[in-house]
Design a protein around this ligand. Sequence first.
Ligand code: ARG
Length: 461
Amino acid sequence: MAQLWGGRFTKETDRRVFEFNASIRFDKRLFEQDIEGSIAHVVMLEKQGIITKEEKDDIVRGLTEIREEVEKGTLAITGEYEDIHSFVEAALIRRIGDAGKKMHTGRSRNDQVALDMRLYVRQEVLTVDGLLKELMEVLLSMMEEHLDTYMPGFTHLQKAQPTTAAHHLGAYFEMFKRDRLRLHDIYVRMNYCPLGAGALAGTTYPLDRAYTASLLGFEGPALNSMDAVSDRDYLIEFLSSLSTIMMHLSRFSEEIIIWNSNEYRFVELDDAYSTGSSIMPQKKNPDIAELVRGKTGRVYGALISLLTTMKGIPLAYNKDMQEDKELAFDAMDTVKDCLFLFTGMISTMKFQTENMAKSAMNGFTNATDAADYLVLKGVPFRDAHSIIGRLVLYCIDKNTSIDALSLEELQAVSDKFEPDIYDAVSLKTCVEKRLTVGAPGRDAMKQVIAMEKEYLKNRED
Ligand code: ARG
């Protein structure tokens, strides 16, 4: 058991207490950030005349060596230390002696851990954003390819109106765009540096907090030292945005599972992204989509866990806050894996365009268009709705579709039907005439796709 404290204690910590209290098992992930933060801190200490140039140089050299050795694997981060901060400090003192003991001047583990986690999360926000962008690039190229891939659109999981695969995929494009905007907002809001807040009330050393903030790429220092060590809002916001990303991926997965089912056959998943059954030789299961849907729960879990942890904590730091890490790390890993695999899955997935068009044709997806046809011929919409309703009933009885009826059959219901009805209710017309902004008609979609392309070009960050 190697601890940074002990002066005021007369007894060793109980072993089980030590282990229960320790966080090194999971906060060793913050190793890079811990070193980076410490280097910025001592550079500032020297600039302010709090330590000498030699001391600063020794510390920076020592920390750099420690970083290299851990990366190479010649120095192991071991469980005898309480946390990553203790490990780094002990390794430094062992290496450079007394100068190492000055590193922690004007700092507390409270502002140190707040900084490390913020640096880590800031990077993760960018990584997740990049993965979303890759997914959106794949989506956009699929949209371009499937402008004329007709399919039924659903409400209540019942066939509603015809649309295209491009249009359906485009809905998810919009969702992921909003997800990226959320990440962008979070980044801007979280980009303030807690370092220099000390344990809670700042310090009497003449620290230059704006300087360390700028060395670490922050907008500026956090303006209240109690808030700086107590704030986990940024992480809650991030977990919330990760939950929303998972919710979107999960809905999309659910649709792919349905589309991939024997009854639908709208898509064929690539063999590399499906699995078989140990007993049923015919099976090709959409496991990746199911896992993405299933893993959504654990990401929500991380959000609810942290919200609950934080809700009763008085200011400032309390050890409860150590619980901000394990589940959050798990959530970040999960979302990155899901985004990566989901992108691979859909980029290799094939649409079964004939089945989709066939499905769009039967199921009365053109019923609204048939009613609109009568409206154009002067029938009030409510009457047209009822006429087509009767027609649908007639078709169900005869096991046929509106476009397969003879003109006589149609005219028996309304004398407004003329030969041009067949073109008006054809699948192609039903889709292509939908030309309002955001609708599936080819020309409308093309305009939107051009805008989305611009958007992706302009959001290189
Ligand atoms: N492992 C701790 C955490 O993650 C580091 C901060 C410890 N501070 C303290 N006052 N015990 O929150």
